[in-house]
Ligand binder design. Structure first.
Ligand code: FAD
Ligand SMILES: C=CC1=C(C)c2cc3[nH]c(cc4nc(cc5[nH]c(cc1n2)c(C)c5CCC(=O)O)C(CCC(=O)O)=C4C)c(C)c3C=C
Length: 477
């Protein structure tokens, strides 16, 4: 059997890796359009000065089924010794801030914090829980709604405006008023729809069914997951930056005889023939494959199938992405007055940045300051037009670092990356759309599987799990 994997980001690489271990006789061809593997995972290492700049993701959450799966992959790749955890008592796990009305406000991180008034909130957060517990659900049963509408309805407007809107900026650089509640709170939404309140739902569900974990027999915590639980890891990265993960996968795949890795290989078209192999056009040459696993952003895949499957193509095209500018700054001195993971700016503040990450604080660099400023997302064009230059973005970053963190010095090194269409927006109706896409593929018996950030979650954990599930469905273990 020969399988083509399209895309060499983390999900494409993991799909090829799982294929290579599930059935060694399967010939796997992976095609990546750019000149490097890793996709949005990209680390710039400054060996001389001993620091790194991350252009994309920097941390992974060691939680749940998907978190367990990534830790299992890390074990398979023998990368346990490279894991760099941030534990729950680390200042970067406890201190997460939002910037509201020209002030930095610490978000509550424990029960005690939820019991007192924390600016910018006018009431303690537990008021939100009371509102939900005694509140009634909307009379009409909803299929979906925005995460802003849901949290504002259940927990109050302040929670939606400050906590949830910022969180959505820090996960998909999007507008909480457009993003589906199912993106982050599918479970809570379903509990509310079933029991009339989130809290009542959690309590009743627990009394009736026990904890979530015991309900899922497929959840087998790996030794590294247990270690993460015992040591209370909040998040983790890898030594050498997150790019260590795709790099090690690339090395493993290069050693495998059944896998062929191809860079600078842009797929332009896929043609499916009834009962026959798929024809995949790469750099003008047609290659045959019995099955295609696409890890491409859906908008890219949509172009490849448009000539033959316009309905599928239109659905894929509707999953839009936004652009993010990432500006890394390095200073040779410790200039931070605040300790923590960083800060997020709620959209209602109407500032040109989405947030700042305090990398030097997260990763224990005491004698220097490394910051990452992220801008744009849903509001990219509003602030920067269609084609901003790097200097314009650098200036915006430095101005806001001055205003918010009172750092007015010039950095001794910086990097600006403009990430075009880098993060999909799971707007209201996304989950139904993905169901329709999968049904179309099944009904038309297309030898095509989907994985990657466009469908079932945008985090590194989610896309790695999506690759595993795509492979397991194709080759049951
Ligand atoms: C700024 C930013 C910060 C983030 N922070 C975090 C974080 O802290 N934690 C976390 O868990 N997640 C984070 N994420 C999300 C995470 O990085 C991504 O969702 C994940 O890397 C996506 O991986 P992927 O393989 O699905 O897609 P991609 O990385 O997009 O890979 C797809 C690959 O396909 C290639 N390709 C495209 N078209 C073609 C074609 N026609 N032919 C061949 N190849 C093609 C592309 O070049 C690319 O290499 C962040 C994302 C961004 C943008
Ligand atoms: C504090 C500042 C943060 C900024 C600015 C930020 C920007 C940003 N993040 C993403 C995408 C993801 N981030 C994820 C996790 C994550 N992000 C932050 C903070 C900032 N992000 C934290 C503290 C965390 C850890 C989350 C936790 O619960 O502990 C993830 C993964 C989410 C998951 O489900 O695991 C993604 C995806 C983008 C696109 C972005 C750009 C503005």
């Amino acid at each position: 059997m020969s399988i083509t994997v399209l895309g060499g980001g983390i999900s494409g690489l993991t799909a090829a890796y799982y294929l290579s271990i599930v059935r060694k006789t399967t010939k796997v061809n992976l095609y990546e359009a750019s000149s490097r593997f890793g996709g949005w995972i990209k680390t710039d290492i400054n060996d001389k000065e001993g620091y790194i700049f991350e252009a994309g993701p920097r941390t992974i959450r060691p939680k749940g089924l998907a978190g367990n799966n990534t830790l299992e992959l890390i074990q398979l790749l023998e990368l346990e010794n490279k894991v760099w955890p941030i534990t729950a008592h680390h200042v970067a796990a406890k201190n997460r801030m939002i910037y509201v009305k020209n002030k930095l406000c610490l978000m509550p991180s424990d029960i005690k914090g939820a019991l007192r008034i924390n600016p910018p909130f006018s009431k303690p957060l537990y008021y939100g829980a009371i509102k939900d517990f005694f509140g009634w659900k909307s009379k009409k049963r909803l299929d979906d709604e925005s995460i802003y509408s849901f949290t504002s309805r259940r927990f109050g407007k302040e929670i939606a405006d400050y906590a949830i809107s910022s969180m959505i900026c820090g996960i998909c650089a999007g507008d909480a008023k457009e993003i589906s509640v199912k993106f982050l709170m599918k479970n809570l939404f379903e509990k509310e729809q079933k029991f009339g309140s989130v809290l009542r739902g959690i309590i009743l569900d627990f009394l009736l069914n026990g904890s979530e974990r015991t309900k899922s027999p497929s959840f087998q915590p790996t030794p590294l997951y247990r270690k993460a639980q015992i040591e209370r890891w909040s998040i983790y990265t890898l030594q050498g930056g997150l790019q260590t993960l795709p790099k090690v996968l690339e090395n493993k795949l290069e050693e495998s005889e059944s896998v062929s890795l191809n860079l600078n290989s842009n797929c332009k078209k896929i043609t499916f023939e009834t009962g026959g192999p798929a024809k995949v056009m790469i750099n003008g040459i047609t290659h045959k494959a019995e099955h295609v696993i696409s890890s491409l952003p859906s908008i890219q895949l949509s172009q490849l199938v448009s000539h033959q499957h316009p309905i599928l193509s239109n659905e894929l095209k509707m999953i839009k992405c936004v652009d993010v500018a990432v500006i890394n700054l390095h200073y040779k001195k410790d200039l931070l007055d605040y300790q923590g993971f960083g800060l997020l700016v709620p959209p209602m503040e109407n500032l040109p940045i989405l947030g700042i990450i305090f990398d030097s604080c997260c990763f224990g660099m005491k004698d220097r300051t490394v910051l990452t400023i992220m801008c744009g997302g849903k509001w990219f064009e509003k602030w920067f037009g269609k084609d901003p230059n790097e200097l314009q973005l650098l200036n915006v970053a430095m101005e806001n670092v001055g205003k918010i963190l009172n750092i007015h010095e010039k950095p001794d090194n910086y990097k600006v990356n403009i990430l075009k269409d880098c993060i999909p927006q799971y707007v209201v109706g996304h989950h139904q759309r993905v169901e329709r896409i999968r049904k179309y593929i099944e009904d038309n018996k297309l030898p095509l599987s989907l994985c990657g950030a466009s469908y079932d979650g945008v985090g590194v954990n989610d896309v790695i799990l999506s690759a595993r599930l795509a492979v397991e469905k194709l080759m049951p273990v």
